[in-house]
Design a protein around this ligand. Structure first.
Ligand code: SF4
Length: 384
């Protein structure tokens, strides 16, 4: 399978009053076309920071100090880290898109579902929307009887003129000027009509019952599961090449979680999207992922196929994570001793060494490098 994205030596720092947070340290991994890559680790391991870097939305005091994220666009690769604002605007939604953790925070409470999903559509498929609006205007014009409805005809000819200009140039100055004049901006209702149709179709694909009503609703009028389906609709509106799902089921109860996981699986099959699935839940990883990246304190510590990770984990942190899963029939729980380190002042050498039962001198003196120990199985540990 071809690589769809490649992260190489990514270094991310946050310059805070408490000191420099070393959030990501030489993070490297690749994603293959059509796969679901699970990214796991405790809170603070750098999963979400990595995802936000993919979209180029790390804001100050955060700064990407080094490395690259190359995403495939047609027959070339675009480096998100080096991309300018205009390229990033084009990439977001179309090339890479994200399902955020908490749907009630991801949606804007003062806009309807139709407006929020429609915004994503308009940003990327405006050409389709304009040409469909033009088609509707032409149809209505052809249905008007000769010498009758003169005012309506004039209005339609005016709308047609604006959409022809927009079709030629989406940034048409005249259309932008007209959109500020209340009586003249009525031409936009064609656009709204077409967008509504697209939105309802998309909501249907998300298995949302009564999509017409949901399209006209505000987020607070919907249940948590429904809101998450809307967030997924926004993320998939422009059929991105790469979808990042950042703990998409964390805020949901188990029944709704199962429905949302089914939906993501179905959409992946229908759209052929490559997915980066971020979670701390290894049960979800077992269900969803083809390959797994294990992160700890801003480092990638292990990469392998999902079966290999569960059957033959190598890194002591991966082993501890798997051992910590509660098992039916046993009363014992096996938490990982200690806590994730403060990344302002991370431990020397292997960042896991204060919690590792196998620690030895070399672990404190030297940072272990990620290396392939078996075909497709990479680990960063001095034991291997
Ligand atoms: Fe443990 Fe050493 Fe391996 Fe780190 S490098 S995980 S401290 S054995």
């Amino acid at each position: 399978m071809e690589k769809i994205a490649e992260v190489e030596n990514l270094v991310l720092r946050f310059y805070t009053y408490e000191g420099i947070v070393k959030a990501l340290e030489k993070v490297s991994f690749a994603m293959k076309e059509g796969e679901t890559l699970g990214i796991v680790g405790e809170t603070g391991s750098g999963k979400t920071a990595t995802a936000l870097t993919f979209l180029g939305i790390i804001l100050p005091p955060g700064k990407v100090e080094d490395g690259s994220i190359r995403i495939k666009s047609g027959d070339r690769y675009i480096d998100v880290i080096k991309a300018d604002k205009e390229t990033l605007r084009k990439i977001r939604g179309k090339l890479v898109s994200m399902i955020f953790q908490e749907p009630s925070q991801a949606l804007n409470p003062v806009y309807t579902v139709e407006e929020q999903v429609g915004e994503a559509l308009l940003a990327h498929i405006y050409k389709d929307i304009y040409s469909n609006a033009l088609k509707e205007i032409n149809e209505q014009l052809s249905q008007l009887e000769e010498n009758r409805n003169v005012m309506k005809r004039i209005r339609l000819i005016f709308d047609k003129m604006v959409y022809e200009r927009l079709n030629r140039n989406a940034d048409d100055k005249l259309a932008q000027f007209l959109s500020h004049i209340p009586i003249l901006k009525r031409y936009r209702r064609w656009m709204r009509k077409v967008i509504r149709r697209y939105v309802i179709e998309l909501l249907k694909q998300m298995d949302i019952p009564d999509p017409e009503r949901v399209a006209s609703s505000y987020p607070h009028e919907l249940s948590g599961g429904m809101r998450q389906r809307v967030v997924i609709a926004i993320a998939l509106a422009c059929r991105p090449v790469l979808l990042i799902a950042d703990e998409p089921t964390t805020a949901l109860d188990v029944t709704v979680e199962a429905q949302i996981l089914d939906l993501i699986r179905k959409l992946k099959k229908d759209y052929g999207t490559t997915i980066a699935f971020i979670t701390h839940d290894l049960g979800v990883i077992a269900e969803m992922a083809d390959r797994v990246v294990v992160m700890y304190a801003g480092n990638v510590v292990e990469i392998a196929d999902v079966k290999e990770i569960f059957r033959n984990p190598l890194h002591p942190y991966t082993k501890a994570l798997l051992k910590a899963i509660p098992k039916l029939g046993t009363k014992e729980l096996y938490p990982i001793e200690g806590t994730i380190p403060n990344l302002v002042n991370p431990p020397n050498g292997c960042r896991f060494h204060p919690r590792c039962p196998y620690v030895f001198e070399k672990c404190i003196a030297e940072v272990p490098q990620l290396r392939e120990v078996k075909e497709g199985h990479y680990v960063a540990c001095h034991l291997y």
